[in-house]
Design a protein around this ligand. Structure first.
Ligand SMILES: Cc1ncc(COP(=O)(O)O)c(C=O)c1O
Length: 402
């Protein structure tokens, strides 16, 4: 069977094949591999936003705050249950991933006084590394960098090698933004705990594509984006997770009026809310929260087991095509070969990656380029077909002169 026939057979047998119809597909010819950066627009979101704009904002005006006020926690609970393996009251949707990361990392460092070290890895997403550097600079702490295999990502033994009684916080991404490698969340968290440290996870590239078990994995803290596999829209607010058992003991660094008990009493002194609402700061973006709610509802309806099964099949097919069409003209796979160890994107290396990526876009195939030599193919299970993968990688092989 040819590669194209295999794609057709896989699409014909795909139980999620019709889910693309639930999204706006303005150009059916466009092959979109950036659902891991900006997920497509769900049709239900367009409808919901016009309802919220016309009725809730346009007609009901300020009276709508009666129910809008709970959106950060109700949408948080939906994310907790459907994609994070977390309990009700542990997740908030608010602010950006970067801001949430700063706030949780700060609270964790305050909870471990006298420990001067933060552990992270050199291949972690830039914003996480920069926030860690900034916190270290402002508090006089040290960053202990893990240099792991760039394809396989940090392993428990890499983390164990840098842990000690001086470490306050270990922070890593669950799925690496460049290689797509999955880290052992439970194993690494347990190692951090054995050393007396807290663990903070960035779930941006896992939530909605790879099962995450925060409660079962013993996670302390986590953050992540909603505009990728959760299809919340450009700049949609991020989520933050604080394990129930830590909520009373952690002190959020920003004391805003949204975390004040009885906020409309306008009290003279700050008295924080209990529970996850203590991590709210100021007025949330209501339109964007409604969009996140719809995006997450779609993922919940499709079910994470089905999504993961398709994601594994898509990435396996992409790896097959890489070996068949792209390895001979000099490409290399920059993503783990073991499907249990990779998320939902496949990274392919080439010395001329930047130029090839631009040429792909010119041919109607949209992946993204990651410095210095990687083209990243995000295979969003609800909207990517096997035919897309065939088409995209075949065009890439042609462009490379194969
Ligand atoms: C792993 C990871 N963390 C954080 C961010 C940035 O989040 P934000 O710009 O929403 O703060 C991204 C964005 O792509 C990301 O991939």
């Amino acid at each position: 069977m040819s590669a194209r026939e295999r794609a057709e057979a896989l699409d014909a047998a795909d139980p999620l094949g019709r889910w693309r119809d639930r999204f706006v597909v303005a150009d059916p010819e466009l092959v979109y591999f950036d659902g891991n950066s900006l997920g497509r627009l769900p049709i239900a979101t367009r409808d919901r936003l016009s309802r919220v704009i016309d009725q809730e904002w346009g007609a009901d005006l300020i009276r709508s705050w009666e129910h809008w006020i709970d959106l950060p926690t109700t949408v948080g609970d939906r994310i907790a249950a459907s994609v994070l393996g977390a309990r009700p009251g542990e997740v908030l949707v608010t602010d950006s991933t970067t801001v949430n990361f700063y706030r949780l990392a700060s609270a964790a460092l305050d909870a471990r006084p006298g420990r001067p070290v933060i552990v992270t890895d050199v291949d972690n997403f830039p914003t996480d590394r920069y926030v860690v550097e900034g916190l270290a600079a402002s508090r006089g702490l040290d960053v202990r960098w893990i240099r792991a295999d760039p394809v396989e990502g940090p392993q428990p033994e890499d983390v164990a090698a840098v842990l000690g009684p001086d470490v306050a916080l270990v922070t890593l991404s669950h799925v690496a933004y460049r290689s797509g490698a999955i880290a052992d969340l439970a194993g690494i968290t347990a190692l951090a705990h054995d050393a007396g440290a807290l663990a903070l996870w960035d779930l941006s590239h896992s939530a909605g594509a790879v099962p995450v078990e925060l409660e079962a994995g013993g996670a302390d803290l986590a953050v992540g984006c909603t505009y990728k596999y959760l299809n919340g829209g450009p700049g949609a607010p991020a989520y933050l997770y604080v394990r129930t058992e830590h909520q009373a003991g952690l002190r959020p660094p920003i004391w805003g009026w949204w975390s004040q008990r009885e906020m409309f009493e306008m009290g003279e002194r700050y008295e924080p809310e209990t529970g996850i609402r203590a991590f709210l700061v100021g007025t949330p973006g209501v339109l964007a929260l409604n969009a996140v709610d719809e995006g997450v509802a779609l993922v919940a309806e499709a079910g994470l087991d089905a999504i993961r099964a398709k994601s594994v099949a898509l990435t396996a097919y992409a790896v097959e095509l890489h070996d068949e069409l792209l390895a001979p003209p000099g490409f290399s796979l920059v993503t783990p070969r073991d499907p249990r160890r990779r998320g939902s994107h496949v990274a392919i290396g080439h010395p001329r990656a930047a130029e090839l990526c631009r040429a792909l876009v010119g041919r109607g195939v949209v992946p993204d380029y990651r410095r210095p030599n990687v083209i990243r193919f995000g295979l969003s299970p609800l909207t990517t077909s096997f035919h897309d993968v065939w088409r995209g990688l075949t065009v890439l092989a042609e462009l490379a002169g194969a």
